[in-house]
Design a protein around this ligand. Structure first.
Ligand code: G3H
Ligand code: 13P
Ligand code: ZN
Length: 336
């Protein structure tokens, strides 16, 4: 049993409280490898932003759970080396699918876990979430739950309102589970194809897809039911078209990839939405940089020569999200 406090990590409670009161959101960036982690820590330390390092089940399988935890511990030391004397870094399980996975992360030094019971019937979601909360809170680990189903383009009824979080359920859910934050569904979705072309309009000048707006009316109704309660947005990559273009120009094939416009995330950040999840944008930044090097320098075979530019591009992207979209720069409790 390792407690996250011994690793220099923090849970999400205080950072969320300050984010809601201050009208900004904390970035939650997924990582699977060293370059992503380096870029996240460099960006958040330089910008003096609290940050949530997210580890998915896929990341645990890909990179090894033990290694990832030590990498997060190393990240705290790296942030200090970069001049952040008091970094605020949470290590969070993304989309935990069982009590056992959540327990193992709590026991392993995670400071926050998500139990994603959103695909379960309502009462089963409550029972599972409550069980995770009861265990995690013994160790002061915070718990994110999910209510409502995030649409996917594979889903026939992607934008159907029946998938959105039902505002009339949130008080009962939050009260009975005791969760610390709630991921909601208001039209975001995972991946680089968040909307089908049929759900979008097309910009006549660029030919690019313009996605439909998020359901801010649902968010407002949820906030009215749970004033000041921490709300989380998953699936919040913007799918920057400059990366899509670079990828497509250098041998890739991502037709009609489309994300959530940044101005909508900026608007959400000013509300009780205090955690915004971004993974796909990092994958796109990485892939764009690597494809460019491979295309322009076919003789290159030193991974540092293409992973290095990929890391730089991700750092640039993370800084942009922190400063220009989420507004979490200079928000560490102790800036010196
Ligand atoms: O929500 C999903 C995250 O983007 C993680 O994706 O399961 O492929 O690691 P993954
Ligand atoms: P994106 O695929 O939009 O980056 O969402 C990531 C996410 O929600 C991780 O939980
Ligand atoms: Zn997610």
């Amino acid at each position: 049993m390792v407690n996250y406090k011994d690793l220099g990590l923090v849970n999400t409670r205080e950072m969320f409280k300050r984010a809601i009161n201050g009208g900004y959101a904390i970035p939650a960036f997924n990582f699977n490898n060293m370059e992503q982690l380096q870029a996240i820590i460099k960006a958040s330390s330089d910008m003096k932003s609290p940050v949530i390092l997210q580890v998915s089940k896929g990341a645990r399988n890909y990179a090894n759970a033990t290694l990832l935890r030590y990498m997060a511990q190393g990240a705290v030391e790296y942030a200090k080396e970069l001049g952040c004397a008091h970094p605020e870094i949470a290590l969070h399980l993304d989309h935990g699918d069982s009590f056992e996975t959540c327990k193992s992360c709590v026991d392993y030094g995670f400071s926050s876990v998500m139990i994603d019971g959103s695909s379960l019937p309502y009462e089963e979601n409550i029972a599972l979430t409550k069980k995770v909360v009861e265990y995690a809170h013994q160790f002061d680990v915070t718990v994110e739950a999910e209510l409502g189903v995030l649409a996917g383009v594979e889903d026939e009824v992607a934008a159907a309102e029946s998938h959105y979080t039902k505002p009339e359920e949130v008080i009962d859910f939050a009260t009975r589970t005791g969760c610390d934050s709630l991921a909601i569904s208001i039209g975001t979705s995972h991946g680089a194809y968040k909307f089908t072309p049929e759900q979008c309009t097309r910009d006549p000048k660029t030919g690019k897809l313009v996605p439909p707006p998020l359901a801010f009316d649902v968010l407002d109704a949820i906030m009215e039911k749970l004033p000041g309660f921490p709300i989380v947005l998953h699936g919040s990559s913007s799918v920057p078209q400059e990366y899509v273009d670079i990828i497509n120009e250098h041998g890739g094939k991502l037709p009609d990839a489309v994300g959530i416009p940044e101005e909508q995330l900026r608007k959400a950040s000013k509300s009780a939405v205090c955690k915004i999840n971004i993974d796909s944008d990092s994958r796109l930044a990485f892939t764009a940089a690597v494809r460019k090097v491979f295309d322009e320098k076919p003789g290159e075979f030193d991974p540092r020569k293409y992973c290095g530019p990929a890391r730089d591009e991700m750092e640039k992207m993370y800084k942009h999200k922190i400063v220009d979209v989420l507004g979490s720069d200079n928000k560490l409790a102790q800036l010196d």
